[in-house]
Design a protein around this ligand. Structure first.
Ligand SMILES: Nc1ccn([C@@H]2O[C@H](COP(=O)(O)O)[C@@H](O)[C@H]2O)c(=O)n1
Ligand SMILES: C[C@@]1(CO)OP(=O)(O)OP(=O)(O)OC[C@H]1O
Length: 160
């Protein structure tokens, strides 16, 4: 049996915050604002996983009103979600992600992010694709007010 999930997340830029995307710290003049470390890509992937297994979203499992998740390491949140996926008997088919950002330039970090996401999920990097696009200076991403991210995931049942 196959299950598909999609995720979408946005975090705004803020001064004096780290810019962590896919668990990789990106050198940039601003960082991303959030209750956690605001890793927009890992949140997107977690939401895609939760969608695929019919378990709601990241805010349901890690509320931003809970002090336990203040400055949370999003790698740990995704790892927890991935355990839920595996407990339900699913394996990764493939994961495809798009980072939507006018800046920073993501190309130099894409391989590292791909490896890092593959490590967190304990899958082969060939099962994970990470890409980036600008919005041609249009909209909030185009004005460099924040970053958006999208992901689609395909899971397959490990019994078949
Ligand atoms: N933050 C970004 C955005 C885009 N890229 C790379 O540039 C290519 C062209 O972007 P367009 O928005 O003009 O399609 C894109 O395919 C990415 O490879 C990037 O590295 N960082
Ligand atoms: C991850 C959580 C929890 O720390 O906080 P944020 O960093 O604000 O991220 P968001 O994408 O709004 O999702 C859910 C939150 O509950």
């Amino acid at each position: 049996m196959f299950r598909i999930g999609q995720g979408f997340d946005v975090h705004q830029f803020a001064e004096e915050r780290p810019c962590i995307i896919g668990g990789v710290r990106i050198p940039f003049e601003k960082g991303l604002l959030g209750h956690s470390d605001a890793d927009v890509l890992l949140h997107t992937i977690a939401d895609a996983c939760l969608g695929a297994i019919g378990e709601g979203d990241i805010g349901k499992h890690f509320p931003d009103t809970d002090a336990a998740f203040k400055d949370a390491d999003s790698e740990k949140l995704l790892a927890h979600v991935w355990e839920m996926v595996k407990e339900k008997g699913y394996l990764l088919g493939n994961l495809d992600c798009t980072i939507i950002a006018q800046a920073p330039k993501m190309a130099p970090y894409i391989d590292e992010i791909r490896k890092n996401v593959s490590r967190i999920l304990a899958v082969d990097p060939s099962q994970v694709n990470i890409k980036a696009t600008t919005t041609e200076k249009l909209g909030f991403t185009g004005r460099k007010e924040g970053i958006a991210s999208q992901a689609v995931i395909l899971l397959r049942n490990n019994q078949q």
